[in-house]
Design a protein around this ligand. Structure first.
Ligand SMILES: [Zn+2]
Length: 302
């Protein structure tokens, strides 16, 4: 969620001080192997679940200081907080992103609570409520550590493993100090964050790719820019490949019109390269279904 996007400075702090270790699953691979996996029958089921919504001024999603956004009229964007459920026939159930917890807000600092009230965040269901009728996930694969992606981890059982791209915990931003590091609260009770260690993709399809289960069914994709460790996921589902972009591209304005996000100057080039790699990949493979960070491709919220 692009709240309080302020460039890092002397008062900046990291996204989380939660302990970290290298991921215990997944192996670095290459873009051509990911591409080859698309030709094999999918074996994983995939579903998207909407947890909350908010309405925000368009300037929170596209960079109004960039002349490319000048023709986009003023107005609001409707945003949804999603998580994704994947069920692997051998390895079980996993979540992509953490959804929402009702227990998070009372533990946030006053500034962060105020920011949420200003955004009028409407919670449809929390992870705790969703879990009442669901098999709990064996682990969570995060797209990044911003609070609207990690918050619901608070509702998962203690010890549920949480995976995230290397570098994300170290994102230095004044925002994290002002908001009191909500990721620390969401991750309390969980073990060390398990970091995907990407190596450069020798095929140059993406910055890096990891074969999560070693069978080509689920891939973690390095998409730095929105945050240093931003990670997308490609799921070879039974009903076709699904690409979860995280906030590497969060809106239809970003995906369909290439509108840049408001980001610190130091992150813009990486963000544009990540978004361009995603667009190139999908343009060549129109059968890949795209799931943007906070909006659906069709405009329907769930
Ligand atoms: Zn977000």
């Amino acid at each position: 969620m692009p709240v309080l996007l302020l460039a890092g400075g002397g008062c900046a702090t990291v996204a989380t001080v939660h302990p970290r270790e290298a991921a215990d699953i997944g192996s670095a691979s290459r873009g051509s192997a990911l591409e080859a996996s698309l030709a094999r029958p999918g074996q994983v089921t995939f579903q998207r679940v909407a947890f909350a919504r908010w309405t925000g001024g368009r300037g929170a999603f596209i960079d109004r200081d960039d002349p490319r956004t000048a023709a986009v009229p003023k107005g609001d964007e409707e945003a949804t907080i999603y998580a994704y459920v994947i069920d692997h026939p051998r390895f079980g159930r996993y979540l992509i992103d953490g959804g929402v917890s009702r227990a998070l807000e009372p533990r946030l600092n006053p500034l962060m609570r105020r920011a949420l009230q200003d955004l009028n965040v409407r919670i449809d269901r929390s992870i705790a409520e969703w879990l009442a009728a669901q098999t709990p996930p064996r682990a969570v694969f995060l797209t990044h550590l911003h609070f609207d992606h990690v918050g619901g981890v608070l509702d998962l059982a203690d010890g549920t493993p949480v995976y995230v791209g290397a570098g994300d915990a170290e994102e230095r931003n004044l925002m994290h100090r002002l908001t009191g590091r909500p990721a620390d609260i969401a991750l309390s009770g969980k073990g060390a964050l398990r970091e995907w260690t990407f190596t450069p993709d020798p095929d140059g399809v993406f910055a890096g790719v990891i074969d999560v289960f070693g069978d080509g069914s689920v891939w973690a994709i390095s998409l730095p820019g929105h945050s240093p460790g931003s990670t997308g996921y490609l799921i070879n589902a039974v009903d076709g490949p699904k690409l979860v972009t995280g906030d590497a591209v969060s809106t239809r304005l970003g995906w369909e019109q290439g509108m840049p996000q408001p980001l610190p100057a130091s992150a813009r080039a990486a963000a544009e390269a990540s978004a361009a790699a995603l667009r190139r990949f999908v343009a060549a493979r129109p059968g890949v279904e795209v799931f943007l960070g906070h909006q659906s491709r069709t405009g329907q919220s769930d």
